[in-house]
Design a protein around this ligand. Sequence first.
Ligand code: HEC
Length: 173
Amino acid sequence: MDTLEWTKIGGASCGALLFFLLLNWGTEIIYHSGDDYYGEQKLAYYLEIEDSVDEKEESTEEAVDFATLLASADIEKGKKVFGKCKSCHKLDDGANGVGPHLYKVINRDIGAIEGFKYSKVLMSLEGVWSIDELNKYLTKPSEYAPGTAMSFAGLKKDKDRADLIEYLNTLPE
Ligand code: HEC
Protein backbone atom coordinates (compact mmCIF):
# COMPACT_ATOMS: atom_id res chain seq x y z
CA MET A 1 0.00 0.00 0.00
CA ASP A 2 1.25 3.44 -0.80
CA THR A 3 0.78 6.58 1.16
CA LEU A 4 -2.25 7.66 -0.81
CA GLU A 5 -4.10 4.50 0.11
CA TRP A 6 -3.28 4.93 3.82
CA THR A 7 -4.53 8.48 3.59
CA LYS A 8 -7.79 7.22 2.10
CA ILE A 9 -8.26 4.68 4.87
CA GLY A 10 -7.42 7.29 7.49
CA GLY A 11 -9.87 9.72 5.96
CA ALA A 12 -12.62 7.12 5.83
CA SER A 13 -12.10 6.22 9.51
CA CYS A 14 -12.18 9.87 10.50
CA GLY A 15 -15.38 10.31 8.53
CA ALA A 16 -16.93 7.31 10.22
CA LEU A 17 -15.88 8.56 13.63
CA LEU A 18 -17.30 11.99 12.91
CA PHE A 19 -20.51 10.39 11.71
CA PHE A 20 -20.90 8.43 14.96
CA LEU A 21 -20.09 11.48 17.02
CA LEU A 22 -22.73 13.47 15.22
CA LEU A 23 -25.22 10.63 15.55
CA ASN A 24 -24.54 10.39 19.25
CA TRP A 25 -24.92 14.14 19.66
CA GLY A 26 -28.13 14.17 17.65
CA THR A 27 -29.61 11.34 19.68
CA GLU A 28 -28.74 13.13 22.86
CA ILE A 29 -30.53 16.26 21.72
CA ILE A 30 -33.63 14.29 20.79
CA TYR A 31 -33.47 12.29 24.00
CA HIS A 32 -33.16 15.39 26.13
CA SER A 33 -35.85 17.38 24.40
CA GLY A 34 -38.03 14.28 24.66
CA ASP A 35 -37.37 14.26 28.35
CA ASP A 36 -38.38 17.88 28.71
CA TYR A 37 -41.53 17.18 26.79
CA TYR A 38 -42.44 14.41 29.15
CA GLY A 39 -41.64 16.71 32.03
CA GLU A 40 -44.19 19.15 30.75
CA GLN A 41 -46.75 16.47 30.18
CA LYS A 42 -46.39 15.21 33.69
CA LEU A 43 -46.82 18.72 35.01
CA ALA A 44 -50.04 19.20 33.08
CA TYR A 45 -51.27 15.88 34.38
CA TYR A 46 -50.60 16.83 37.96
CA LEU A 47 -52.36 20.13 37.48
CA GLU A 48 -55.38 18.30 36.18
CA ILE A 49 -55.50 16.13 39.27
CA GLU A 50 -55.25 19.17 41.49
CA ASP A 51 -58.12 20.76 39.59
CA SER A 52 -60.41 17.82 40.09
CA VAL A 53 -59.55 17.72 43.77
CA ASP A 54 -60.48 21.39 43.97
CA GLU A 55 -63.80 20.72 42.31
CA LYS A 56 -64.56 17.94 44.73
CA GLU A 57 -63.76 20.16 47.64
CA GLU A 58 -66.01 22.84 46.25
CA SER A 59 -68.93 20.51 45.75
CA THR A 60 -68.70 19.07 49.24
CA GLU A 61 -68.50 22.59 50.56
CA GLU A 62 -71.64 23.45 48.64
CA ALA A 63 -73.42 20.37 49.92
CA VAL A 64 -72.56 21.29 53.48
CA ASP A 65 -73.73 24.81 52.83
CA PHE A 66 -77.03 23.65 51.43
CA ALA A 67 -77.60 21.29 54.35
CA THR A 68 -76.94 24.21 56.68
CA LEU A 69 -79.36 26.38 54.71
CA LEU A 70 -81.97 23.64 54.92
CA ALA A 71 -81.50 23.29 58.64
CA SER A 72 -82.15 26.99 59.07
CA ALA A 73 -84.73 27.29 56.28
CA ASP A 74 -87.51 29.83 56.58
CA ILE A 75 -90.77 28.07 55.71
CA GLU A 76 -92.74 31.30 55.42
CA LYS A 77 -90.22 32.55 52.86
CA GLY A 78 -90.42 29.19 51.11
CA LYS A 79 -94.16 29.66 50.77
CA LYS A 80 -93.49 33.00 49.08
CA VAL A 81 -90.92 31.44 46.76
CA PHE A 82 -93.57 28.88 45.81
CA GLY A 83 -95.51 31.83 44.39
CA LYS A 84 -93.21 31.46 41.36
CA CYS A 85 -94.42 27.90 40.79
CA LYS A 86 -98.13 28.49 41.50
CA SER A 87 -99.10 29.42 37.97
CA CYS A 88 -98.20 25.91 36.84
CA HIS A 89 -98.28 23.71 39.94
CA LYS A 90 -100.93 22.99 42.56
CA LEU A 91 -100.22 21.27 45.82
CA ASP A 92 -103.46 19.29 46.03
CA ASP A 93 -103.42 15.62 45.14
CA GLY A 94 -104.51 15.09 41.54
CA ALA A 95 -104.73 18.78 40.66
CA ASN A 96 -102.58 18.92 37.55
CA GLY A 97 -102.23 22.20 35.71
CA VAL A 98 -99.58 23.23 33.22
CA GLY A 99 -97.30 21.12 35.39
CA PRO A 100 -98.07 18.02 37.46
CA HIS A 101 -99.41 18.54 40.98
CA LEU A 102 -96.73 18.66 43.65
CA TYR A 103 -98.58 16.89 46.45
CA LYS A 104 -95.97 14.99 48.49
CA VAL A 105 -93.39 15.70 45.83
CA ILE A 106 -90.40 15.13 48.10
CA ASN A 107 -89.17 11.58 47.49
CA ARG A 108 -91.93 11.01 44.94
CA ASP A 109 -90.94 9.03 41.81
CA ILE A 110 -89.79 11.28 39.00
CA GLY A 111 -92.41 11.62 36.29
CA ALA A 112 -94.92 9.39 38.08
CA ILE A 113 -98.20 11.30 38.00
CA GLU A 114 -100.85 9.35 36.08
CA GLY A 115 -102.51 11.32 33.36
CA PHE A 116 -99.84 13.98 33.11
CA LYS A 117 -98.02 14.10 29.82
CA TYR A 118 -94.37 14.47 30.73
CA SER A 119 -91.59 15.32 28.32
CA LYS A 120 -89.39 12.48 27.09
CA VAL A 121 -86.46 13.60 29.17
CA LEU A 122 -88.43 13.54 32.42
CA MET A 123 -89.82 10.11 31.60
CA SER A 124 -86.28 8.88 31.00
CA LEU A 125 -85.03 9.95 34.44
CA GLU A 126 -84.79 7.27 37.10
CA GLY A 127 -85.22 7.76 40.81
CA VAL A 128 -87.16 10.03 43.11
CA TRP A 129 -87.29 13.75 43.82
CA SER A 130 -84.97 13.58 46.76
CA ILE A 131 -84.01 16.91 48.28
CA ASP A 132 -80.71 16.66 46.40
CA GLU A 133 -82.26 15.99 43.00
CA LEU A 134 -84.93 18.61 43.48
CA ASN A 135 -82.26 21.09 44.48
CA LYS A 136 -80.38 20.39 41.24
CA TYR A 137 -83.48 20.47 39.02
CA LEU A 138 -84.74 23.73 40.48
CA THR A 139 -81.34 25.42 40.14
CA LYS A 140 -81.68 25.27 36.36
CA PRO A 141 -84.31 22.88 34.98
CA SER A 142 -83.05 23.17 31.38
CA GLU A 143 -79.58 22.07 32.45
CA TYR A 144 -80.65 19.22 34.72
CA ALA A 145 -83.14 17.87 32.19
CA PRO A 146 -82.37 19.32 28.75
CA GLY A 147 -85.62 19.53 26.82
CA THR A 148 -87.86 19.57 29.91
CA ALA A 149 -91.32 20.99 29.35
CA MET A 150 -90.98 23.06 32.50
CA SER A 151 -90.26 26.49 31.11
CA PHE A 152 -88.89 27.96 34.27
CA ALA A 153 -85.47 29.62 34.39
CA GLY A 154 -84.61 28.27 37.82
CA LEU A 155 -83.92 29.56 41.30
CA LYS A 156 -80.38 30.84 41.40
CA LYS A 157 -80.21 31.55 45.11
CA ASP A 158 -79.36 28.57 47.32
CA LYS A 159 -81.41 30.10 50.11
CA ASP A 160 -84.55 30.37 47.95
CA ARG A 161 -84.25 26.71 47.02
CA ALA A 162 -83.62 25.66 50.61
CA ASP A 163 -86.60 27.65 51.91
CA LEU A 164 -88.85 26.34 49.15
CA ILE A 165 -87.80 22.70 49.53
CA GLU A 166 -88.25 22.88 53.28
CA TYR A 167 -91.69 24.40 52.74
CA LEU A 168 -92.63 21.54 50.38
CA ASN A 169 -91.18 19.04 52.83
CA THR A 170 -93.23 20.26 55.78
CA LEU A 171 -96.63 20.60 54.13
CA PRO A 172 -99.41 18.88 56.07
CA GLU A 173 -100.74 15.74 54.42
C1 HEC B 1 -94.28 27.75 33.40
C2 HEC B 1 -94.82 26.66 34.15
C3 HEC B 1 -93.98 26.10 35.29
C4 HEC B 1 -93.42 26.78 36.34
C5 HEC B 1 -93.40 28.26 36.62
C6 HEC B 1 -92.81 25.77 37.18
N1 HEC B 1 -93.00 24.53 36.66
FE1 HEC B 1 -92.42 22.74 37.44
N2 HEC B 1 -93.08 21.78 35.82
C7 HEC B 1 -93.74 22.36 34.76
C8 HEC B 1 -93.97 21.36 33.74
C9 HEC B 1 -94.65 21.58 32.40
C10 HEC B 1 -93.41 20.15 34.24
C11 HEC B 1 -93.31 18.82 33.51
C12 HEC B 1 -91.89 18.80 33.00
C13 HEC B 1 -91.59 17.79 31.91
O1 HEC B 1 -92.42 16.94 31.63
O2 HEC B 1 -90.47 17.87 31.37
C14 HEC B 1 -92.87 20.46 35.55
C15 HEC B 1 -92.28 19.53 36.36
C16 HEC B 1 -91.90 19.77 37.67
C17 HEC B 1 -91.44 18.76 38.60
C18 HEC B 1 -91.33 17.27 38.31
C19 HEC B 1 -92.60 16.60 38.81
C20 HEC B 1 -92.70 15.13 38.56
O3 HEC B 1 -93.80 14.58 38.78
O4 HEC B 1 -91.71 14.49 38.17
C21 HEC B 1 -91.19 19.39 39.78
C22 HEC B 1 -90.68 18.75 41.04
C23 HEC B 1 -91.45 20.78 39.56
N3 HEC B 1 -91.88 20.98 38.28
C24 HEC B 1 -91.30 21.77 40.53
C25 HEC B 1 -91.45 23.12 40.29
C26 HEC B 1 -91.22 24.15 41.29
C27 HEC B 1 -90.82 23.88 42.73
C28 HEC B 1 -91.40 25.34 40.68
C29 HEC B 1 -91.23 26.72 41.25
C30 HEC B 1 -89.93 27.04 41.78
C31 HEC B 1 -91.82 25.07 39.30
N4 HEC B 1 -91.83 23.72 39.11
C32 HEC B 1 -92.17 26.04 38.38
C33 HEC B 1 -94.12 23.67 34.65
C34 HEC B 1 -93.70 24.70 35.49
